[in-house]
Design a protein. Structure first.
Length: 202
């Protein structure tokens, strides 16, 4: 009886070994991630001078599968920064300039009628929009109407877009850097607080 109680109190050797191996694998993954981050910062530093804190937050968002909202006046190398990041990671990049007449289909894509030359029949074919890239620069997101903002925010949250009755999965990884110009407020559409929660950093 005493031996049974003693064995019950002892930890399972196989479980302990598994926990140690898992901890070692986690430490290796953390070290690998940190090394990759340092190399990325070095590569970005060759193009972007200064703005170390902004670069740090961008990388945190990217590694955490989040998104970032950047407020700043024009001329702060936002486009250069995000395009350099996508190039360093060998990811596809799209820049979307948000304007008052921009429609949801302009960013998500649309269905077109295409004729099949072999059969002569016509059928719908989905033509992907610029949002089907790994890294997206949504420039001046507050200049476009709410329905276009909602299309982008749905894609950010669900990582998919819905056209008609069909859902289309987005690329993985998927990272959005949205910008706002804090100086010019005329003709803009401010993002509600509920939608600002979609961004990890602002």
């Amino acid at each position: 009886m005493a031996s049974d109680e003693l064995s019950a109190d002892l930890p399972d050797v196989d479980s302990a070994k598994g926990a140690i191996a898992s901890e070692g694998a986690n430490n290796d993954a953390i070290a690998l991630l940190n090394s990759a981050k340092e190399r990325l910062v070095e590569q970005l530093g060759r193009v972007i001078v200064g703005q170390e804190e902004v670069i740090e937050q961008l990388l945190i968002c990217l590694f955490s599968r989040g998104h970032c909202l950047l407020e700043g006046v024009p001329g702060l190398a936002k486009t250069l920064m995000i395009s350099t990041l996508s190039e360093a990671l060998n990811l596809s990049f799209s820049r979307i300039q948000f304007t008052p007449d921009l429609m949801p289909a302009d960013i998500t894509g649309t269905e077109i009628i295409e004729e099949n030359r072999s059969t002569g029949t016509r059928e719908f074919r989905f033509l992907e929009g610029p949002i089907f890239s790994n890294v997206i620069l949504a420039d001046e997101i507050n200049r476009t109407p709410p329905k276009t903002q909602a299309a982008l925010l749905e894609a950010m949250q669900e990582r998919q877009v819905t056209v008609g009755r069909v859902r289309h999965q987005l690329a993985d990884p998927f990272f959005v850097l949205a910008t706002q110009n804090p100086i010019e407020q005329e003709g803009t559409y401010s993002l509600p607080e509920a939608q600002l929660d979609r961004f990890m950093f602002q």
